[in-house]
Structures are given as structure tokens and as C-alpha cells.
Design a protein around this ligand. Structure first.
Ligand code: NAD
Ligand code: WQD
Length: 337
């Protein structure tokens, strides 16, 4: 059974390709390598023993996308990761974000319509909730006005898929990720931030290895136990496994609604200082950091209510914060070599 994974050489996509292959799926990756490298395909093969098909093109190119669907008319489903994801960059370059994230989704949906592919999993984000009024946040929480064009693209994409499903009998599962971190235990695939990382964990590991001088902790005056902001960090391999469950659910016809939405988190909130402490423990390294002002646009605290995903998908995140930080550190050490 063949699955199209867009953005499959990227961070979450590559881990998902491995899990799909290990569950018996054949995978075809489409990625334009805007934020990843072709050798990821080799590393996926080293882990799984199977080489995924790989096609390099831009999904905002409608004719190439529709031509792809003509040539691959046996797809059982699509997992759509391909998107730009840097929140700050999206504020600087809103048109680039709307064009890429919405254009590629629309072309894919046209491809589904043309070829009759019925199942799609979409990468959404907890960013759609903004700062929720109640914690843990459930899938029913109101969608808040997004702070960034990136956040808007996720909110609009969810709507586009919902509207599409009213005109075409497609099944969709929208997965709202909390904060994915860590890397595969083989240290052959992981996150590859280009330039200075925006996200906490790659900044921590790059500081510890000496690529950055010091981590800035953005704010210690939040209304949280230690004053630093709280997030629900989830191991990327746990996240990847949820995608296999979601695809299986639709292929086997076990979905209860045409469009379903699930939070993917652990249900635990950790502060920035908790993450630093865990890193220092597992790496046996002292991290150089200082407290600075809050980062504009950051929410104070957010963590997931995972009951719906746990009960309905029969999926649960298993790895601890220490597992996440150790795998992130091993990945950074492997990159250093
Ligand atoms: P990533 O940048 O590592 O992977 C995305 C991949 O998509 C890259 O390999 C990139 O080259 C490719 N791509 C982008 N635009 C493309 C296009 N037009 N055509 C073909 N390929 C294209 O990002 P990631 O962290 O793996 O994120 C995957 C998805 O999950 C994204 O949709 C992202 O918005 C979403 N998400 C990520 C996070 C996170 O913290 N990493 C959290 C929530 C949601
Ligand atoms: C985590 C915490 C920072 C860097 C982003 C996107 C979100 C989703 C996940 C895609 C925050 C603090 C960070 C640093 C720090 N992505 N921090 N120093 O902001 O929760 O979420 O990625 O959908 O949409 O916004 O993740 O890793 O940037 O930050 O103190 O150098 O670490 O303030 O509290 P965030 P993050």
C-alpha cells in the first residue's frame, strides 16, 4: 500500500517515513528540498532497509503536482507535511508563507480530486489555539486569532480541508502538534535547522556543543511555577507513530467523521528551565544561559488534553523529557562528527 509523504525529507516527515515503512507501507516522498537535504533518503534507507521513492519538485507547481498524481494512481493516502514553518520569518514574508503553505495544499487537494485518492493527514499545530482560556487544551477549544501569518496558514488550511470534504468524499485527519523535539535513536535523522535556530531545543544543543555562545531564556516573569514559559514537548518518534495510526484508521474505515481533529502532545507541561535541567542531566554538560526579556508573540503556557487521541486513536506518547533531550543531544553529537 503506497502513501505519499510530502515534506518527507524534513524533520517530522523523515521520522514518519521510517515508521510507515516499518509498518509495511511503501512510501513515495515529494519534497523540493527547500528546508532539507536529499541524503536524508539514504539515511532513511539505512534505518529501515528500504529506500523510499523520492521526487524533487515544488508542490506549488500545479502542473507538476497533477502530473505526479497521474503517474501514481495507486495511492492509498497522503500525509502532508510540506510547508514553511518559521513563525518570525512568516511575519517578515507573509506572501511567501501564504503562497507556499496554501498553494501546495490546494494543489494536493486538486490531485486527490483528479485521481480519487480518499485519505489525507494534515500537519496542523497547537498554534491555532493561541493562549487557551482553559488548560489542558481540548480539540473543542476556540480557535484564537493567530499571531503570525504562519499560524493563519494552519487555521486557513484546516478550513480549506473541511470545505473540500463537503464537496468531495475525502477523509481527513488534522493533527495538531504541540512542540515536537528529539531525534531518531539511530541519530541518522533529526532536525536540521538552517542558520540560527528559532526553537528552544536545537538552540540548547548548539550552545552546548559550542556553535552558539549562550542560550537566551525568553522571560522569567510568566505566571508559571518557575516564571518561565510552559510547553508540551513531544518526542518526534512518538509523533511519527501517530501518523501511521491515523493513516490506518482511514484506510480501514474506522474514522467516525469525515474530518477528525486530534491533539498530539504528552499532556505534560514543562518550563524552559525544566528543559534546560533535563538537558544538563542527560548530557552531563553545564549549559551557558541567561534570562532576557520575553519574546514577542510567545504564549505563557500551553499543554494538550490528550484524552481524545489516546481513547480514539489508541495512541499515547511514551517517551519522557529526558528521552527527548538525550536523543536531541546524540543527534547534535552525530552532526558534529
Ligand atoms: P521541515 O521544514 O523540516 O519539513 C518540511 C519539508 O517540506 C521540508 O523538507 C521542505 O523542503 C518541504 N517543503 C516545503 N515547502 C514545499 C513545497 N512547496 N513543495 C515541496 N516540498 C516543500 O518541517 P517539520 O518540522 O518537519 O514540519 C512538518 C510540518 O509540521 C509542517 O507543516 C509544519 O508546519 C508542521 N508543524 C511543525 C511543528 C514543529 O515544531 N516542527 C509544529 C507544528 C506543526
Ligand atoms: C519554546 C519555549 C520560548 C528559544 C513554535 C511555534 C509553534 C510550533 C512549535 C509549528 C518558548 C523559549 C525558545 C530560545 C527560549 N511550530 N525559548 N529561548 O514558540 O512554543 O512554538 O514551535 O507549528 O507554532 O510557535 O517553540 O521552541 O520556539 O519555544 O527561551 O532561544 O522556549 O520562549 O517559551 P514555540 P520554541
Amino acid at each position: 500500500m503506497k502513501i505519499l509523504v510530502t515534506g518527507g525529507t524534513g524533520y517530522i516527515g523523515s521520522h514518519t517515513v521510517v515508521e510507515l515503512q516499518q509498518s509495511g507501507y511503501e512510501v513515495v516522498i515529494v519534497d523540493n528540498l527547500a528546508n532539507s537535504y536529499e541524503n536524508v533518503v539514504d539515511n532513511i534507507e539505512k534505518i529501515s532497509g528500504k529506500r523510499p521513492l523520492f521526487e524533487c519538485f515544488d508542490l506549488t507547481d500545479e502542473s507538476k503536482t497533477l502530473d505526479f498524481f497521474k503517474r501514481h494512481n495507486d495511492l492509498k493516502g497522503i500525509i502532508h507535511f510540506a510547508a514553511f514553518k518559521a513563525v518570525g520569518e512568516s511575519v517578515e514574508k507573509p506572501l511567501m508563507y501564504y503562497h507556499n503553505n496554501l498553494g501546495s495544499l490546494i494543489n494536493l487537494l486538486k490531485g486527490m480530486e483528479q485521481s480519487g485518492v480518499k485519505n489525507i493527514v494534515f500537519s496542523s499545530s497547537c498554534t491555532v489555539y493561541g493562549q487557551p482560556d482553559e488548560l489542558p487544551v481540548t480539540e473543542q477549544a476556540p480557535i484564537k486569532e493567530a499571531w503570525s501569518p504562519y499560524g493563519h496558514t494552519k487555521q486557513i488550511s484546516e478550513k480549506v480541508i473541511q470545505n473540500f470534504s463537503q464537496t468531495f468524499p475525502a477523509n481527513a485527519i488534522l493533527l495538531r502538534y504541540f512542540n515536537p523535539i528529539g531525534a531518531h535513536e539511530s541519530a541518522l535523522i533529526g532536525e536540521l535547522p538552517i542558520g540560527v535556530p528559532n526553537n528552544l531545543v536545537p538552540f540548547i544543543t548548539q550552545t552546548a556543543i559550542g556553535k552558539r555562545r549562550m542560550l537566551k531564556v525568553f522571560g522569567d516573569d510568566y505566571n508559571t511555577p518557575d516564571g518561565t514559559a510552559v510547553r508540551d514537548y513531544i518526542h518526534v518518534v512518538d509523533l511519527a507513530k501517530a501518523h501511521v495510526v491515523a493513516v490506518n484508521r482511514m484506510i480501514e474505515g474506522n474514522n467516525k467523521q469525515q474530518v477528525e481533529i486530534f491533539n498530539l502532545g504528552t499532556g505534560n507541561g514543562f518550563s524552559v528551565l525544566d528543559v534546560i535541567k533535563s538537558f544538563e542531566k542527560v548530557s552531563e554538560t553545564k549549559l551557558n544561559y541567561e534570562i532576557v526579556d520575553r519574546r514577542p508573540g510567545d504564549v505563557e503556557k500551553v499543554w494538550a488534553d490528550t484524552k481524545f487521541a489516546n481513547d480514539e486513536l489508541g495512541w499515547k506518547a511514551e517517551k519522557s523529557l529526558d528521552d527527548m533531550m538525550l536523543s536531541a543531544w546524540n543527534w547534535e553529537l552525530a552532526l558534529g562528527k
